[in-house]
Design a protein around this ligand. Structure first.
Ligand code: FBP
Length: 338
């Protein structure tokens, strides 16, 4: 019989590989998994509980997006699970304009937590997979003091941990602390995340491309040429798959291979263009997972993990997936192919 490895056991065993580890990061991630279980239960019962639909209490979030009740529930659940453990100096959420301080009554820890409480919120009411994305940085501000923006505004290469939870046909936690990417499936009966996908490696090449082609008229010419190429007989049999939840589209790309693109569009600003996905809450953590699994994550011009955010709600172009597919895209992007 195969070993039953809970995420807690995996965290402790991974920690043992770091002689200097104090157990703080392990305890932080441990606390987070409780929040994920509570959110998973609410998502499972979303149709029965009064958590579907728009949150009348709050009109829109930091980025002007409609806030759904389940977003708010997920936000509050993570905040309440993480504010008192003494591991964090601050938090940052896609749903909050400003940095979230740790209450005065609680100790300030050495890490900062950034998260998108419920990614894919436009899919909540139609029972399509949604998820929570998180990343952790080591603070740069003085020990014991309240955290500041700089603790969160760090390039993706500085992340000490990143991951996501997908609330789909099953609930799965996928995370990395820099020692590979590992997937755990929630056994609701036992109430434990059990190791089901150890050491995930993205396939070298895949035949699935994932993007919102509804935006294609507003893409740069190179991106349009690339997508025309993957749709052409010359490229062989590519399939188009787009769920509209980054977490679900990237999770599929991680397991099946292929490419996920949310490039810049030149709709609102024909000169500079605009981006949809957020660097801190969506792009950097997913890029950390994809790169750790052997894939490539880029803006087209540079690696996503080399971007240093200058504001909490900064957005960026996102192209990530299997190395062969992303390299092919970059050949078009750099004008080496048409
Ligand atoms: P939220 O985090 O507000 O849900 O927005 C992000 C997102 O839903 C991504 O998950 C997804 O990839 C993208 O927006 C879908 O955008 P579009 O509807 O323009 O295709």
């Amino acid at each position: 019989m195969s070993k039953i490895i809970t995420v807690q056991r995996h965290l402790v065993e991974s920690q043992a590989l770091h002689p200097s580890a104090t157990g703080d990061l392990t305890a932080l991630l441990w606390d987070l998994t409780l929040a994920f279980k509570v959110i998973a239960r609410a998502v499972r019962k979303a149709g029965l509980l009064d958590v579907l639909g728009q949150d009348e209490a709050v009109d829109s979030n930091a980025s002007g997006d409609t806030v759904m009740k389940l977003d708010r529930y997920a936000q509050d659940t993570i905040y309440r699970a993480m504010d008192h453990g003494g591991h964090l100096c601050c938090m940052a959420s896609e749903e909050e304009q400003e940095l979230i301080p740790i209450p005065d009554k609680y100790p300030k820890g050495k890490y900062a937590l950034s998260f998108d409480p419920l990614d894919g919120s436009s899919n909540i009411d139609v029972n399509v997979s949604v998820g929570t994305i998180f990343s952790i940085t080591q603070r740069v501000s003085p020990e014991g003091t309240p955290g500041v923006d700089a603790d969160v505004l760090q390039k993706g290469r500085e992340l000490v941990a990143a991951g996501y939870v997908i609330y789909g046909s099953s609930t799965m936690l996928v995370y990395s602390t820099g020692q590979g990417v590992h997937g755990f499936t929630l056994d609701a009966g036992v109430g434990e995340f059990l190791l089901s996908h150890p050491n995930i490696r993205i396939p070298e090449r895949g035949t699935i491309y994932s993007t919102n082609e509804g935006n294609s008229a507003y893409w740069d010419q190179a991106t349009r040429d690339y997508v025309d190429f993957v749709k052409s007989p010359e490229s062989g049999a590519y399939k188009s798959r787009y769920i509209g939840s980054m977490i679900a589209d990237v999770h599929r790309t991680l397991l099946y291979g292929g490419i996920f693109l949310y490039p810049k569009t030149y709709r609102k600003d024909p000169v500079n263009g605009e981006c949809k996905l957020r660097l801190i809450y969506e792009a950097a953590p997913m890029a950390a997972i994809v790169e750790q699994a052997g894939g490539i994550a880029t803006t087209g011009d540079e690696a996503l993990l080399d971007l240093t955010p200058t504001s909490l709600h900064e957005r960026c172009p996102v192209i990530m997936g299997s190395p062969a597919n992303v390299k092919e895209y970059l050949e078009f992007y750099r004008g080496e192919r048409r």
